[in-house]
Design a protein around this ligand. Sequence first.
Ligand SMILES: [Zn+2]
Length: 617
Amino acid sequence: MLRPRGAPLGSWLFPGALGLGPASGRAASGARGQGWLQPAGYDTGVKVYNSLTRRKDPLIVSSADAASWYSCGPTVYDHAHLGHACSYVRFDIIRRILTRVFGCSVVMVMGVTDVDDKIIRRAHELNVSPASLANLYEEDFKQDMAALKVLPPTVYMRVTENIPQIIAFIEGIVGSGHAYATARGNVYFDLQSRGDKYGKLVGVAPSPMGEPADSDKRHPSDFALWKAAKLREPFWASPWGNGRPGWHIECSTLCSLVFGSRLDIHSGGVDLAFPHHENEIAQCEVFHQCPQWANYFLHSGHLHVKGKEEKMSKSLKNYITIKDFLRSASPDVFRLFCLRSSYRSAIDYSDGAILEARRLLHTVAAFVEDARAYMRGQLAGGPVREDVLWDRLGRTKGAVQAALADDFDTPGAVDAVMELIHHGNRELKAAAEEPRGPRSPAVLGALVSFVEQLFETLGVSLVERQCAARAGSPATLHSVVEELVRFRQRVRRFALAAGQASGEARRQQLSERQALLEACDALRRDLAAHGVRIKVRAAPGPGQTCVPTTLVPQLQRREAARPCAHHPLPPPGQGRRVHMGAAGPADRRPQTRALRPWAHVWLSDPGHPAVHQPSWH
Ligand SMILES: [Zn+2]
């Protein structure tokens, strides 16, 4: 894993990436904000809590077209858990708000730590190479983020792909007199040399605990920029001998590679503030020789397991992986759970809190459905008080905008929308109770449009909830289809049953029930338009339906499945055929109709009597 050093110092070492110059502006006043320079540039209109000043500052970025944002990424050695999910979802929400509400495009860089003590340890345990373990879990992380609907950064930057640049960065710090190399081949940042400029985030730095007695540091607080190679560890050649970079220097270098000496926003979990972010600041400001490298530090609160003081973490073994969580809940529910608290606050995870988020989402979706039904005239209803709703809508828009501009106050914005929905529901209810008079569909349409757009902006999709075949709850859809098919079968059975009657009485009975048969036929045709095909078999046996292949994995878990022997497989990407349920005569009866996007599913219904009605096929 030896890699030659050789990348020359290039323009990346200097200000100029994205055409950004050094920060200019005025010094902020106030005790904590002393020394912080309010940047010049594009005022987003948002006031954001800045960990550097511990107060809300106007968020001013270098450019509305390219606000620079660095996010500490994962150390890829295991599955990500809900604590990680919470942090990344919260910052994804902020990024969406900045972009879509305040018109500020973001260039986001995320560093991926793919060489680290934990990766090396785990790789040894599993007897695989650290590189392959890191690749595996990096991909796993990206899949989790996609499943949570977290927008990917503009670019991921891997540590191992930038080792020469990291070495050059360290050389720059050593050259400035703020770092020193030891005889053992380690390089440390000299914290004493930084004087009182260290501690911008946390004030006086706590003394490190548990420093080994044989440490070759000059001072216990000094931190490693380069670690000399140990046995069975990956290493790279450097001016100080074989080794690998320290953790903090990775982010400083990766960020500077893209953004140069000025960064608008830096984000991460609150546990990263010290020492990680504090050390990043020290490294960058020394290297770039600038008084202020990152202008805003945003920190997200921890996810706690309810009833416990501790945060969810790998080391405490109290975590739920993202994959496990998404087996029973949708990403929209999790997002709403995150939206209901400030991104800065600690958040209690519990089944009850998730259930509450689910209920809230259901309330929103139900309102949108009801309002749509009213617009279509399908909901019994007369006039609504239009002026009240227009007024409410206007005030809600203002309240939402104000909440989001106040340090991305998503709980405030959600509360305002829920209040609007409450009033909308009240008007719909009143209209249903007095269903006479002119109707007012337009104002309900305006409410629907606003609610949907806002949730879409925040990454919660209500539109998908309108679609039957969404990925979130195929099992529910299947159950509904199953119920509907059974109901139709009962109605048909009743309509076709001639009972004990014969002759004229039988004809009379069939004639009377003809309308039911026609309704069953119409339902079958209508459902086919939605991709659900009901076929009545010519031979006695259970009913049969076809459902979209997206449902098949769920169905397979419920019923024994086996490949269909009667049909050639459809072309790749066009679905597959799976026969499911109890084997019966129909399983042996070849089907000729092409239903490529569908799976044939035999719904087991042993109690279902035989129906012989080929003409309805
Ligand atoms: Zn970092």
